[in-house]
Design a protein around this ligand. Structure first.
Ligand code: NAP
Length: 249
């Protein structure tokens, strides 16, 4: 079975580890190329965009891909839409992995907003110390709220032209643990967190820490989910793939 995994997430890497070495599967990992040092993969890896729906459709046909697995981030809406359209055009089976959203629980103080511009506004007129964990692609709107002091965290340093004026940068890659997140929030005097509703366990610890110390969170809602069936976890994807594979080879 020829498989293409659209990756860039913890789940995609988990899937790659589970499939590597399975002689029945010839799987390729595809990364957008956003990070300077991507997590090494146990599968052959291609890096960079395909050139929209046309490019991805051509790739699926030329490489005779049997199953396309979209295991990209819930906020990576464009590539998911492209995957849905290209799989349809190429007649390739499609599996979309969409991890469940985070939902608030007792003690959480979340303000839900639709996008980054609204998140910047929600921080209010009074200067605050903000832990901004949105990724470098989404920093620009916070330049419109330059009166806050930001602590930014992402895998690579963001380009200076998107960073708000008062910002400290921390380079880090998840998974994160609650005790360290709590220490970071307290040591930096953080008053509010801004995050996307990414879901998943790798970056959830900051929310548990915020709950435990009573910090408010500005939670950016997800873009609309694709209008195709989705699977919540790697185990579901593996079950579905294994069901399609020949037995005992
Ligand atoms: P996006 O806005 O949905 O995609 C923009 C373009 O990047 C796509 O049209 C495609 O280019 C290319 N692309 C995206 N993912 C790709 C992949 N896995 N392989 C090859 N090309 C890809 O995506 P994004 O939000 O920039 O995210 C880029 C990558 O970072 C994704 O792999 C995603 O899983 C990962 N990531 C994103 C976030 C986030 O918050 N957005 C967080 C963590 C990880 P072409 O049209 O030229 O094919």
């Amino acid at each position: 079975m020829n498989l293409l995994i659209l990756g860039g997430t913890t789940e995609a890497s988990e899937l790659a580890r589970a499939l590597a070495g399975d002689a029945r599967v010839r799987a390729t990992m595809s990364l957008a190329g956003r990070t300077q040092r991507p997590v090494p993969q146990p599968l052959p890896t291609r890096i960079g965009g395909f050139g929209g729906v046309e490019g991805l459709t051509a790739y699926l046909i030329e490489r005779r891909i049997d199953v396309l697995v979209d295991a990209t981030h819930p906020f990576a809406a464009r590539i998911t839409a492209n995957a849905v359209a290209a799989a349809r055009r190429a007649g390739t089976s499609l599996i979309v992995l969409l991890r469940p959203e985070w939902t608030p629980t007792v003690g959480d103080r979340w303000t839900h907003v639709d996008d980054m511009a609204e998140a910047a506004t929600a921080l209010g007129p009074v200067p605050r110390r903000v832990f901004l964990t949105v990724g470098q692609k989404d920093l620009l709107p916070f330049r419109a709220a330059p009166h806050h002091q930001y602590v930014l965290r992402s895998v690579d340093p963001p380009p200076p032209d998107v960073v708000p004026p008062y910002a400290e940068f921390i380079a880090a890659r998840g998974p994160f643990v609650e005790a360290e997140e709590r220490r970071l929030l307290i040591e930096r005097g953080i008053e509010v967190i801004v995050t996307k509703n990414s879901g998943g366990r790798a970056t959830e610890a900051k929310l548990v820490a915020a709950r435990n110390i009573g910090l408010p969170v500005v939670m950016v809602r997800r873009p609309p989910a694709p209008k195709v069936p989705t699977m919540e976890g790697v185990a579901d994807v593996l079950t579905s793939l294994h069901a399609a594979l020949p037995r005992g080879e």
